[in-house]
Design a protein around this ligand. Structure first.
Ligand SMILES: Cc1cc2nc3c(=O)[nH]c(=O)nc-3n(C[C@H](O)[C@H](O)[C@H](O)COP(=O)(O)OP(=O)(O)OC[C@H]3O[C@@H](n4cnc5c(N)ncnc54)[C@H](O)[C@@H]3O)c2cc1C
Length: 378
């Protein structure tokens, strides 16, 4: 047995790295998390809609469908057990006219195939009982979709990990990964640019937007690992309009939409945002600006089902960037979660394309990775 400094090194302290740290450290030690920022969750994990998704859109048996459904159940249990603010507010997908009814019927069918047992179509009266200010005659209703305080969730995962012995190396960036016999040598630099190296038996690449580059550091280059960046902007509802709605409300998606369409996003503190849109970034460097002039297109997107909103009720909020595996025009892609034994990198797990529903799926994804490394049957 070759002695390694760490049994597992997790690169990235977003929600996925934290969930993996909390899960692995129940059974495994020593576990180290290396994060280039000074704190956890400074990238995609703090720039999202904080929705606990139902798992309704994805093809049955895809990783997205399986991990989302299981993750949703575990996440609600976790919130209860650890006092994390959440609200099972439910989600409506509204058909603005008759032509959109087959679309929402199809979404309910797909949800039912995926094992979402409580999805159903509702009519005008029930819709208006739930949301009196929403315009529409039919909607698909998903009562178990919810929202979570993702910061409190990540804080709890960090606390749990530390109590189970995980060491967090914040403000350390991984700059080199060298395969060794029986493990890897990891090189990190600190803020003062001093490099140092340590050894680890296993590596989890949970570095989000950077995951393709991190895989390449270990010599793994695969064209299917290329991540494409899609920005999603948000606007906050002001002038008291946030009080006119309390649930997640979407319009039936346009057939060519890359995201889920602009929708209402309540948070656990009573704020309400609209978003996210989906802007393909040509550059491989993510950027997080919100263009105030996009208020007009946001208004246009929601005007039919949220007629009480005016353009001046929207003020720019934040933006997040999705690490997708598809560029415009490409077909749907699943998460990639792969142990690279077949490429000669045993114990090295790559995670790519961890876009939505990554937050919802985080706990089940962590367990999936534990089983991938330490059990054989998935
Ligand atoms: C606009 C938008 C809306 C979304 N809405 C939802 C939603 O409502 N519900 C849902 O379930 N999911 C949602 N998601 C998806 C969800 O946010 C992500 O799946 C999840 O946050 C991914 O977490 P992560 O840990 O993989 O990545 P990140 O949070 O990006 O974490 C990766 C970490 O790795 C670190 N890192 C990178 N390179 C290095 C290195 N070399 N050395 C050290 N550290 C490194 C980074 O600093 C970062 O902290 C949304 C995403 C976006 C963009």
């Amino acid at each position: 047995m070759i002695h390694m400094d760490a049994e597992v090194t997790i690169i990235g302290a977003g929600v996925i790295g934290l969930a993996v740290a909390a899960r692995l450290s129940r059974d495994i030690s020593p576990v180290i998390v290396v994060e280039k920022h000074k704190k956890f969750g400074q990238e995609t994990s703090s720039r999202n809609s904080e929705v606990i998704h139902s798992g309704i859109y994805y093809p049955k048996m895809s990783l997205k469908a399986r991990l989302c459904l299981e993750g949703k159940k575990w996440l609600y249990q976790y919130c209860e057990q650890h006092d994390i603010p959440y609200r099972k507010c439910g989600k409506l997908i509204v058909a603005c006219d008759e032509s959109q009814v087959p679309q929402i019927q199809k979404i309910v069918q797909q949800a039912t195939i995926n094992g979402v047992t409580d999805a159903r179509l509702i009519h005008h009266d029930e819709l208006h009982e739930l949301e009196p200010h929403v315009s529409g005659d039919f909607a698909a209703w998903f009562p178990t979709t919810g929202i979570i305080d993702s910061h409190a969730f990540m804080q709890s995962l960090e606390r749990e990990s530390i109590s189970q012995g995980v060491e967090f190396a914040y403000a350390h960036e991984v700059t080199g990964i060298r395969p060794l016999r029986g493990g890897y040598e990891i090189t990190v630099v600190q803020a003062d640019d001093t490099p140092f190296s340590f050894t680890t038996a296993k590596v989890i690449n949970a570095s989000g937007l950077n995951a393709g580059k991190t895989a390449a550091l270990a010599g793994i280059s695969d064209k299917t690992y290329r991540q494409y960046f899609w920005k999603g902007e948000y606007f906050t509802l002001i002038h008291g309009k946030h009080k006119m709605i309390s649930r997640l409300v979407y319009q039936a998606p346009e057939p060519d939409t890359t995201g889920l369409g602009i929708h209402t996003t309540p948070d656990t503190y009573g704020r309400m945002r609209l978003g996210p849109n989906a802007i393909y970034l040509e550059s491989s460097i993510p950027e997080f600006s919100v263009d105030p002039s996009h208020a007009a297109s946001f208004h246009e997107s929601v005007r039919r089902f949220l007629p009480f909103i005016e353009p001046e009720d929207l003020t720019p909020d934040q933006a997040g960037v999705r690490p997708k595996l598809q560029k415009p025009g490409d077909p749907w892609k699943d998460f990639i979660i792969r142990e690279e034994r077949e490429r000669g990198n045993p114990g090295f797990v790559n995670l790519l394309g961890i876009e939505s529903p990554g937050l919802t799926a985080s706990l089940s994804m962590a367990n999936y990775i534990y089983r991938l490394l330490y059990k054989t049957n998935l």
